[in-house]
Each structure stands twice: as C-alpha cells, then as structure tokens.
Design a protein around this ligand. Structure first.
Ligand code: F6P
Length: 542
C-alpha cells in the first residue's frame, strides 16, 4: 500500500476537507492562544507555526502519519549509520561530523569518530598555518586571498556560512579574503584573476568526487594562471598554491594535488550535507577554527533535540510535517524562504539544493512511480529586497505559496542606535508581512470599501523562525533543523533523499555535445540542438 492510501493519510484528507475553507483570520479570531499552542523552542530557535493553516487536530493527525511511517525508528537509523541511501548502498552520516570526540560511533565495525576528529584537527592545523603566515606562496608571500573552487555542496554551504559568520572572526587572526568560484563558464574566476596577486593566492579545490567538470575546468584555469605568472614548474605551484578537499584522494593526486596538501572526507557524507566536514575549511579560514567548532556544536544541539524530543514538540519534525500538510493536503507547491538579515543572504540558494536535490524525486525507495506530490519549488531572497520584487505575487497573485520568515531577535547590541533601529525596522517589516499574508486586509477597519485591485486576500501560510541572535551556534542549529526536516519529509514520502540521479544524464549529454562545436562529431541530435550548434559555428567563422 502506498502512503497516500494509508489510514493516517486518508484521515488527514478527510480532516483537510474541514480546514481547507477556513481562513486564517477565522482561526485567529476563534482562538486567541494560537501562538502559545503552535510555537516551539529548542537549540536557539523559536519556530512559530501559528500562521500555518493548522488546528490542534491537524498536528495530532500529522504526528499519527509520522508514527505510521515509523519515523522514530527511521531517525535512529539515520544516526546509527544504517544504509539510509540504498541506491548508493551507504549511510548518510553528516550528524557524526558534529558529534563530540568522546561519542563513539561504529560503522562496519570501525569507530569513525576518531577519523572524523583527526581530519578536523588536520584542517585546523592548515588553517592555523595560513592565518599565521607560515603557508607561503611561490615567492615567499604570506597568503592574502583564498579562492574556494567547488560547486553545489562543495560551494553553497561554505559560501552561505562564510557570509553568515564573517563578523565573528576573532581579532587575533590575520584577515584573509575568502572568495568563491563555482560557475563552469569561468566568469567568477576571470573577474577575480584581473585584480589579485598570484603569489599570495591559495586555491582550495573542493570536490567530493574530484571529477566534477565545472570544478576541474576552473582549477585548470587557475593553475595555468599561476604557472604563467610565476614561470615555475607546475609541481612547485601545486605545492604552494593548491589544497584539495575530497573523498577521492587518488583522483586529486592524479590532477596534481600532492598528498600532503589534501584533506579527506568520506563517501558517507552527501555533497549537500558536507559543510560540516573539511569542506568547511573556507568557513574556518573566514571565521576562525573556534567558530567552526561552535557551528558544529550548534548543529549537534539540534541533532540531540531531533533525536530525543517527542514528535509533538520536535522542531524539524513539525517543520517537515506542516510542509507535508501544505503540499499534500492543501495543494501548495511553492515555498519562499525569506531571511530578514542580510547575513543570511545565501540561505535560500543553499536550501534550493538541500531541499530540491534531496527530495525532488518521483520514485519510491522500492523503485515505484509515486502519485503524490513531493518537494515543492523553493526559492527565496533577503526579505526586505524581496518585498520590492516578488511580494506582489505573494499578496495578490493566483498561486498559494508557503513562506519561511527567518530573523534574529536581537542584533547590533554593542553598536550604535542607528543600526539597532535598522534591525527593528527589518523586524517590523518581517512581522508585518507575515501578518498581512495570513490575515489579508482584514487588518484594516474599512478594507471592504477598497477597489478590487487594492484588496489582499490573505490566508497564505507561513512559519516564522526567530533565532535568539545570529551566532555560529544558532546558525549551525538552523541549518541542521532544515537538514532534518528534509529527511523527515523523505520518510513520509518513502523516497531516498541522499542520491541525485537526476543530475547525471545532463553531464553525459553535455560531454557528448562538446565535440559538436569543434566539428569533430557529426552525431545526429535534434533539430533544435543542431540549429543552435550551427548558429554558434557561424558566429565563430564571422
Ligand atoms: O551534480 C550534482 C552534484 O553531485 C552535487 O550533489 C554535488 O554537491 C556537486 O555536484 C558537486 O560535486 P563534487 O563535490 O563531487 O564536485
């Protein structure tokens, strides 16, 4: 029996018939205690679900669905290192990366905790060498610029976290400019190479597989730039200017990264779950080793909560189940992520990969085509800017959209009054927008007299996630909460969130098309592809 024919799902369907036509305005009028009933706190995060279109019965029935799907057992399976990624026959142990050293975890008879901490300590040692100016470029210059070359999980997590935590860098570490290069077209790299000094630049080539063409193309360009600038042999350049972070050491060595310049992680760390591993080196370079440890500790606090709290007050579980309610029972298939703090500007892009690459699936774990909705379309932007871009659609468009508002409760505590006032302005806007989305123009006394184009219908559900303040710990907890949310949803939908077969064929087809541009292949494709290739060739000849 598929989940959408199961008793708990059918009960939710019947319950949804009663809730679907209820407006959030009515729900708030009928129950003055919604905030008290539907907001929950743990690990630096308060999550307010009261502006979701739920009742107490909804939550109860969602928890019944989670229990029916054996969620508690599946949570244990994740933490215990069971093979929760069957199509690649391996566990997904990102939670182990943030466990304290003394917590032992055996996988296939081996204690992986020791290996994890050894790898982390080696990364910290290299970070110290770079900060202290001991790591030198080809002419003896200390490193000033670090460029992380990677894509997907080898880029988005470190980039997001560097931007979120850069202000926490302790005064005693030498400032390093950390840059990120991901796009295969070379734009980001070309821009950087025009104004940085080769001798004081270090490249971190981050790639789990060390075979991603996007990353290798950028790494090749970087190496050629350094060899040309220094006129030194490539081996010497590699020693002074390249660190490789990978789960495929042999491939990194083949490319030319000496073993002593490599940091390793494991195939049981999914790419989009890897920022907690040595892939996070850019974070430690930007914010310091201690803050990297605090980030891990915050994530571990959320892990502990997720593993031990009852389902009824478990933040990732509630976040996930209310998402399921919106998607599968209220037919909402768009999800906007709206941080009201510029330091969180890259959170939406990170979540696009985390959620859509994990749960953008339509085949069950048993390999059957499923016939219910899974991951919605997720996008986002810093809230205050999005207000001037796409909020029009949220308020008056034809699509139902669920939103996550994210903000820290306090900011700029030891800075000027003007900045504090700016934070309050952002918070007032955050709360105003979620209020208006929920209640529409019923917040006004005379809305009924307004012309149609000025009306706001409301009833758009949202969750507000309020951090006590932004810190390495609260940020770690926030991201871990989303990771676990994704896992919970995959359990309910009976899909594998840890593989990404849907990105593979594009790579193969692109490789086979490469030769078409040079005329070395005349493989027949389709009229559109052939027409476009012809156009490129004509432009080249002109
Ligand atoms: O193409 C998708 C993907 O495999 C992601 O899952 C991954 O994060 C990214 O490419 C980068 O992979 P790698 O770290 O192996 O270069």
């Amino acid at each position: 029996m598929t989940v959408n024919h199961s008793p708990a799902w059918l009960a939710l369907n019947a319950h949804a018939d009663n809730v679907r036509n209820k407006h959030l305005t009515q729900m708030f009028t009928e129950d003055a205690q919604r905030f008290e009933k539907f907001s929950f706190s743990a690990a630096h995060c308060l999550t307010d679900f009261s502006k979701q279109r739920i009742t107490e019965e909804t939550l109860q029935r969602l928890i019944e669905l989670a229990e029916q799907q054996q969620l508690p057992q599946r949570i244990e399976a994740l933490f215990n290192g069971e093979k929760v990624n069957p199509s690649e026959n391996r566990p997904a142990l990102h939670t182990a990366l943030r466990q304290p050293k003394e917590q032992v975890l055996h996988v296939d008879g081996l204690d992986i905790s020791e290996e994890i901490h050894a790898s982390l300590e080696r990364m910290e040692m290299l970070v110290d060498q770079i900060h202290n100016g001991q790591w030198r470029g080809f002419d003896g210059s200390p490193i000033k610029n670090v460029i992380n070359i990677g894509v997907g999980g080898s880029d988005l997590g470190p980039l997001m976290t560097c931007r979120a935590l850069s202000q926490f860098a302790p005064a005693h570490i030498r400032e390093i400019n950390v840059h990120f290069v991901s796009s295969m077209d070379g734009s980001q790299l070309a821009r950087l190479l025009t104004h940085i000094d080769p001798a004081s630049t270090l490249f971190i080539v981050s790639s789990k597989s060390f075979s991603t063409i996007d990353t290798l193309a950028n790494a090749n360009t970087a190496r050629e730039w350094l060899v040309n600038a220094s006129q030194l042999p490539v081996e010497l350049i590699s020693q002074h200017h390249f660190i490789g972070i990978t789960a495929s050491p042999d491939k990194a060595a083949q490319w030319g990264i000496p073993k002593k310049n490599q940091l390793h992680f494991w195939d049981w760390t999914g790419g989009r779950y890897s920022l907690w591993s040595v892939i996070g080196m850019a974070i430690a370079l930007q914010a310091g080793n201690e803050n990297f440890r605090l980030l891990l500790s915050g994530a571990h606090q959320m892990d502990t909560h997720f593993r031990s709290a009852p389902l009824t007050e478990n933040l990732p579980v509630l976040l996930a189940m209310i998402g399921i309610w919106n998607i599968n029972f209220l037919d909402i298939h768009a999800h906007a992520v709206l941080p009201y703090d510029g330091r969180l500007e890259h959170v939406p892009a990170y979540l696009e990969q985390l959620e859509m690459e994990s749960n953008g699936k339509s085949v069950t774990l048993q390999g059957e085509q499923l016939n219910y909705a899974t991951c919605p379309i997720l996008w986002g932007e810093v809230g205050p800017n999005a207000q001037h871009a796409f909020y029009q659609l949220l308020h008056q468009g034809t699509e139902s959209v669920m939103c996550d508002f994210i903000a820290p409760a306090i900011r700029y505590q030891d800075q000027g009054e003007d900045l504090k006032a700016q934070h309050q302005l952002a918070l007032a806007n955050c709360l105003a927008q979620s209020r208006l989305l929920a209640l529409g123009d019923s917040v006004l006394d005379d809305a009924n007299n307004a012309p149609a184009h000025k009306r706001y219908r409301g009833n758009q559900p949202s969750t507000t996630i309020m951090l006590d303040k932004l810190s390495p710990e609260s940020f770690g907890a926030l991201i871990a909460m989303y990771e676990h949310k994704v896992y919970v949803q995959s359990v309910i939908w009976e899909i594998n969130p840890f593989d990404q077969w849907g990105v593979e064929l594009g790579k193969t087809v692109a490789t086979s098309l490469l030769d078409q541009f040079t005329g070395q292949s005349t493989m027949s494709t389709d009229s559109s592809t052939e027409g476009l290739v012809r156009f490129v060739q004509q432009q080249r000849q002109e």
